[in-house]
Ligand binder design. Structure first.
Ligand SMILES: Cc1cc2nc3c(=O)[nH]c(=O)nc-3n(C[C@H](O)[C@H](O)[C@H](O)COP(=O)(O)OP(=O)(O)OC[C@H]3O[C@@H](n4cnc5c(N)ncnc54)[C@H](O)[C@@H]3O)c2cc1C
Length: 500
């Protein structure tokens, strides 16, 4: 939709206006577009995506073996059945997203290579104005929108987080971060050290082990893993019975969610029992000689960090076969030929992979201004973990970490469409969360309780994130099972959303 207003002379293109502007064409943005198409077909919308194709996380990460660490029955959308093995490769997820785009004719709404640098809200115009750069031509474009649906994820896509260690410049081999994987990296026959033991390391190591001379997982402290076969027996049985995929998807989702709710409860109520349950299969796989307590028994309680699923125990099979090993120690410094450890030991390496995590990116590194004032997100209080006090017409999709991220994409999709419909009914064009008088002395808490969920990037960036309150609707529960009931039932007229 092209605005008819007079255009700034400096622009070669007219300002384009949309009712809704979605930032990012990852799994959240594509999901948002589907919900708009289904439930608000009268709204014009566009997705602006900085990369040159859809997929977000699943396009950015190109290291060997990139795969989901949760099942695709729940990481897939509610509305599009997942029909194969639960843990999926990046290619399979991209294919699934491509099918969603094609089946729902979303492609004409997506503009690739459009990086947004700033967003300015004007209460006089009741509009967001966005400055956008085309990554292929460098052209500067301006878009306006009534409503922003922020689906930019939670980390900076351009580069991962690499700590600085003494002597890194001395190392004669190659240092690689998995997020910026070099296409020409030849690791056949090489000695590889992977620093870190999160989901990325657990994926990379089995994928590379067969070709490397040897691969070592070097960790400061251990991580919890689930392990099991990459199959869903209920789904397979239902397929044998010729049940339709829509039913299989829904039944399997319900079963997985029930199991996860029980596991979460166990972890929270009986953490030591949960710890032993998680360690048991690893002890069995690696045998009595292996020091499981040193290498796989974390200091934190189960579920304080995301627990990655290791399909078919491939990481542990790699260790058992001797192709891979695990070292739990601290880095003293890099040397010319590898890494010197605090214990006095050293690791020789041709390639060092820093699987050390992400840089948190708050709202896609976009500079936000509201009525002439720079927006300080950390000064705001969140409405249900998706909107912010004093910030009009903006929703952020920040998914779940303990359950699949996408479960929240669908819940927020329902909520936003319901809210947009409510605004039409009221004849309102602006919605802004605001604390009521009775909320004014509410105790404010961090965006995510660090006792409850504390990965490194969150600890490094928590001061940049909004606060949550101690009661609804100002809480950010990060709990699917709470939100599943609370979001559809949320009273839009309880005075916490101010419509104008
Ligand atoms: C390797 C890996 C595996 C994971 N596995 C799982 C899993 O199994 N289960 C799970 O629940 N979660 C998983 N996660 C978390 C995962 O990131 C999310 O689940 C999900 O993919 C995030 O989707 P998204 O669309 O919200 O964000 P992203 O995938 O991060 O996509 C955001 C998009 O927005 C674009 N964008 C950002 N800023 C701008 C801007 N300023 N202008 C224009 N475009 C912009 C980006 O280019 C990107 O394409 C994994 C994460 C990683 C890194």
């Amino acid at each position: 939709m092209v605005a008819t207003d007079a255009l700034p002379a400096s622009l070669s293109r007219p300002v384009e206006h949309f009712d809704v502007l979605i930032v990012g064409a990852g799994i959240s943005g594509i999901g948002g577009a589907y919900h708009l198409t289904e439930k608000c077909p009268e709204k014009s919308y566009v997705i602006l995506e900085a990369q040159d194709a859809f997929g977000g996380t699943w396009r950015t990460h190109r290291y060997p073996g990139t795969r989901s660490d949760s099942d695709l029955y729940t990481f897939g959308y509610r509305f599009k059945p997942w029909t194969t093995a639960p843990i999926a490769t990046a290619e399979e997820i991209l294919r699934y997203l491509g099918d969603v785009i094609e089946e729902n004719d979303l492609e004409p709404h997506i503009r690739y290579g459009h990086a947004i640098s700033s967003a300015t809200w004007s209460s006089d115009e009741r509009l967001w104005t966005l400055n956008v750069t085309r990554t292929d031509t460098g052209e500067h474009l301006v878009f306006t929108a009534n409503f922003l649906w922020m689906c930019q994820g939670y980390y900076r896509h351009s580069e991962g987080y690499t700590p600085t260690w003494d002597g890194m410049d001395r190392f004669k081999g190659r240092i690689v971060h998995p997020q910026t994987w070099p296409e020409d990296l030849d690791y056949a026959g090489k000695r590889v050290v992977v620093i870190g033991s999160g989901a990325t390391a657990a994926t990379l190591i089995p994928a590379m082990a067969a070709e490397c001379a040897h691969i070592t997982m070097l960790q400061r402290s251990p991580t919890f893993f689930f392990t099991g076969r990459n199959v869903n027996e209920i789904a397979d049985t239902l397929r044998e019975l010729d049940i339709c995929e829509e039913w299989i998807h829904e039944i399997v989702r319900r079963k997985i969610l029930l199991d996860q709710a029980q596991i979460t409860k166990l972890c929270l109520e009986f953490p030591e029992l949960a710890r032993e349950e998680l360690l048991k299969p690893i002890r069995e796989l690696l045998g009595p000689e292996f020091d499981v307590d040193t290498h796989f028994n974390p200091r934190y309680r189960p579920w304080q960090q995301r627990i990655a699923f290791v399909p078919d125990a491939d990481l542990f099979e790699g260790i058992r076969s001797g192709k891979a090993s695990v070292v739990t120690d601290e880095i003293e410094s890099f040397t010319e030929t590898g890494i010197a450890l605090r214990s006095g030991e050293s690791l020789e390496a041709d390639i060092i992979i820093t699987a050390t995590g992400f840089n948190l990116s708050v709202l896609g590194d976009i500079q936000f201004t509201v009525d002439g004032e720079p927006m300080q997100l950390s000064d705001t209080v969140t409405y249900r973990g998706m909107m912010f006090t004093g910030v009009p017409n903006l929703v952020w999709v920040f998914g779940y970490f303990r359950a699949s991220w996408t479960l929240r994409v669908d819940l927020i999709g329902d909520f936003v469409c319901r809210m947009l419909g409510h605004m039409s009914d009221l004849g309102a064009t602006v919605v802004t969360p605001a604390l009521r008088d009775e909320d004014s002395d509410m105790h404010l808490l961090p965006w995510i309780d660090p006792e409850n969920f504390n990965p490194g990037y969150m600890a490094r960036g928590i001061h940049l994130l909004p606060k949550q309150g101690e009661r609804d609707p100002w809480r950010h529960s990060q709990d699917y099972w709470t939100d599943r009931d609370a979001l559809p039932a949320a009273d839009l007229d309880d005075g916490t959303l101010v419509f104008k």
